[in-house]
Design a protein around this ligand. Structure first.
Ligand SMILES: [Mg+2]
Length: 190
């Protein structure tokens, strides 16, 4: 059994993975990012077909919450302002009764290395930093924000017969107002 066939869940960094790493710093302090819709469809297809998905990022933005909502990601599986990605990764595994060997993680930079090392499938985009590419199980042929997430999800779901489009499936999850207004609260895991 190869590493792709044993994967039951996914966890993703955002900057440099779901985006190309670019940030647009606004005068009011907000940070804007460009996401890839093909990656987004891939994540949505994974959640629609029963795969738990986590986002583990050092970033923090209301738009990240809305974007993850559109992916069908549970509020409790969105870890923002993550200072210790391995702790958040293990918490995600525990909550979903997953072994770390059953989870694929994609990251592109130094803070991702501990998670890439313990994940069942440690993946990086082809434009990750050299230190990450040296230890990754799989280097995607695609760069961050340009399809590396979509490619990984297809490689897992298609052989499993779970790459199924559910156009009528209702959007799961909703974020209450008090959760969306996160600033100044715990700062993570919201
Ligand atoms: Mg990153």
């Amino acid at each position: 059994m190869d590493r792709f066939s044993s994967i039951k869940a996914f966890a993703f960094d955002i900057d440099g993975v779901l985006t190309d790493g670019s940030l647009l710093a606004m005068p009011d302090g907000d940070i804007l990012r460009t996401f890839n819709t093909k990656d987004g469809f891939g994540i949505r297809t994974a959640t629609d077909n029963g795969y738990p998905v986590a986002i583990i990022t050092g970033g923090c933005s209301e738009s990240i919450i809305h974007r993850c909502h559109s992916y069908g990601i549970n509020t409790s599986d969105l870890f923002m302002l993550s200072k210790d990605k391995i702790a958040d990764f293990l918490l995600f595994c525990e909550r979903h009764s997953l072994k770390q060997e059953e989870v694929a993680y994609v990251g592109d930079d130094i803070p991702d290395i501990p998670v890439i090392k313990v994940a069942g499938l440690g993946v990086c985009p082809c434009d990750a930093v050299d230190e990450v590419k040296e230890i990754a199980d799989f280097i995607s042929p695609y760069p961050g924000g340009k399809g590396c997430v979509r490619d990984l999800i297809e490689k897992v779901l298609k052989p499993a017969g779970r790459w199924q489009f559910h156009p009528d499936k209702p959007w799961s999850g909703s974020f209450p107002e008090n959760i969306v207004k996160f600033a100044g609260l715990t700062g993570r895991n919201i």
